[in-house]
Design a protein around this ligand. Structure first.
Ligand code: ACO
Length: 335
């Protein structure tokens, strides 16, 4: 059985924060940020915006493009590391979309690789589980977990949502040609936002001894990153993964129409393109406008490229996500 990509959509918050805005709160400059990262602006959730609303807006646009009714969805996968409820965001999106007949919605957490994992999971549900229409949403609000006094990280991230509708089809129309997925918990220490125990009053038992129970109330730390290690990991692992996925599809880098990587840093994108010998004109990048939007970056860039007419029906795209975990993975897709 095949899986067609039939619709995409995206949404970003209204508040735009430029490099000059950041230079007013930390010791940095537009020049430093643009040269080292390629980022000029990012959108940040504020006021009435919410991650859930962005996810719903992106989802509606994808459904509209595909001309599919929300109630014809069999599954909604929300790829996010920053749900607005610890227990997950997908069922709330299911409710807001009015999908009363959709049997299942759940979250996938894999940081910036989340969308590629979500896409592959959608295909598995279609090929093995008899599902017909699966909506994959990549949505993250990392600005809420950034230390805005740390110039090493706060310049990088933005918030957004993107969605892709995957539909069962005949094998010859297949839109997911191959994939290659990895994780490495050992390298996870280079990029994290881990749980921390907050101080609470010690509780004493009736005989006056200190109780270890109940546990301390917890929250999450801001993003901690060793930028150089993450950079090295990305430029080493991403080209290998794409090459492996291309080989599985019986293709080479010279036969793809577009290279669409997770939008983390322009220097990473350029280094991977050079390694694969993909010319700049075939590289999709919108990093300058949005920064690193984690699981949203691939569907956001894909949606812009489809709507602007760059990506046309039949085009082959090599896409790859990489980030915290560490996790990384590639998918060769056909629009
Ligand atoms: N403005 C000005 N100076 C800065 C800034 C800033 N925003 N940030 C760091 N510096 C300074 C440092 O303090 C350091 O100064 P020093 O030499 O006086 O000590 C100097 O610039 C060099 O710092 P480095 O951290 O070595 O800079 P580097 O060239 O490595 O660039 C960067 C940093 C842009 C973060 C780079 O390492 C990078 O892009 N790494 C990949 C990060 C990434 O993509 N992360 C997301 C992964 S996806 C995910 O899962 C979330």
């Amino acid at each position: 059985k095949g899986c067609k990509l039939v619709g995409c959509g995206s949404a970003v918050p209204t508040l735009s924060v430029s490099n000059d805005d950041l230079a007013r709160i930390v010791d940095t400059s537009d020049e430093w940020i643009s040269v080292r990262t390629g980022i000029r602006n990012r959108r940040v959730i504020s006021g009435k915006d919410s991650l859930r609303n962005l996810a719903v807006e992106a989802a509606r646009k994808a459904l509209e493009m595909a001309d599919v009714d929300p109630n014809d969805l069999d599954l909604i996968l929300m790829c996010t590391s920053t749900p607005e409820d610890l227990f997950g965001g997908a069922p709330q999106v299911q409710r807001d979309l009015g999908c009363t007949k959709t049997p299942l919605a759940y979250d996938i957490t894999a940081a910036c690789s989340g969308f590629v994992l979500g896409l592959v999971s959608a295909a598995c549900h279609i090929r093995g589980g008899g599902f017909r229409n699966v909506l994959v949403i990549g949505a993250d609000g990392l600005s809420r977990f950034v230390d805005w006094s740390d110039r090493g990280t706060c310049i990088l991230f933005g918030d957004a949502a993107g969605a892709l509708l995957v539909q069962a089809c005949d094998a010859e129309e297949d839109g997911l040609l191959s994939f290659d997925l990895h994780s490495d918990g050992e390298g996870g220490r280079h990029l994290s936002a881990s749980i921390k125990d907050n101080e609470t009053d010690d509780l004493l038992s009736s005989n006056g001894s200190l109780l270890d129970f109940p546990p301390k109330r917890s929250s999450y730390s801001c993003i901690q990153m060793n930028g150089k290690e993450v950079f090295r990991f990305a430029v080493r692992c991403v080209p290998q993964s794409i090459e492996s996925a291309l080989e599985k599809a019986g293709l080479t880098a010279s036969s793809i129409d577009w290279l669409l990587l997770h939008q983390a840093n322009q220097r990473i994108i350029d280094a991977v393109a050079t390694r694969l010998e993909v010319p700049q004109e075939q590289v999709i990048s919108n990093l300058a406008n949005y920064g690193n939007t984690s699981a949203a970056s691939i569907p956001l860039a894909l949606d812009e490229a489809v709507r602007s007419g760059k990506v046309k029906p039949g085009h082959t795209i090599a896409t790859a996500g990489f980030g915290a975990g560490l996790t990384w993975g590639s998918a060769i897709i056909r629009w």
